[in-house]
Design a protein around this ligand. Structure first.
Ligand code: SF4
Ligand code: SF4
Length: 141
């Protein structure tokens, strides 16, 4: 319990994280077929802007626009093998792929695919948030 509380404190108060990442990758490849790109504070929704960004980071040169929704442009990665659903450059894949999924995904309006092997669980549960808000209200009275 003490260790769990320390872990919770470190992640939420020091690292300012909101989620624990649990589980592991099942190598289904789905996250490589539905990608949003965040640049500074916005999600890309303009193909012209994306064309300019391709000179900035090698990862962008792997991407192909396949659609657009209310979040932004949707890309798929051309390094994904269409038959095996495995990454063709797995050993040399960029850091952004190695770190996936990060909680920034949610701030962009994205989500994990339904059958992704990872789960992102809130560090502070809804019950704890509610209790804390009730306490604050009580102290105001
Ligand atoms: S480089 Fe590989 S792991 Fe990264 S998005 Fe492309 S296919 Fe997926
Ligand atoms: S969607 Fe999840 S399980 Fe599938 S490849 Fe991506 S991280 Fe792995």
């Amino acid at each position: 319990m003490l260790w769990e509380n320390l872990r919770k404190f470190f992640l939420s108060k020091i690292l300012r994280r909101k989620y624990y990442r649990t589980g592991k990758c099942k190598a289904c490849g789905k996250c490589c077929t539905h990608i949003y790109v965040k640049h500074y504070k916005h999600v890309l929704n303009d193909e012209k802007e994306f064309e300019k960004l391709q000179f900035l980071h090698k990862f962008y040169t792997y991407l192909k626009v396949i659609g657009k929704d209310e979040v932004g442009l949707i890309f798929e990665c051309q390094n994904l093998d269409a038959e095996t659903h495995h990454c063709k450059i797995h050993k040399f894949r960029p850091g952004i792929c190695r770190r996936y999924p990060q909680e920034e995904l949610f701030s962009m309006g994205g989500a994990l695919s339904d059958d992704c092997g990872y789960k992102m669980e809130p560090i502070i549960s809804f019950g704890e948030v509610l209790a804390s808000e009730k306490k604050k209200l009580k102290n105001l009275r």
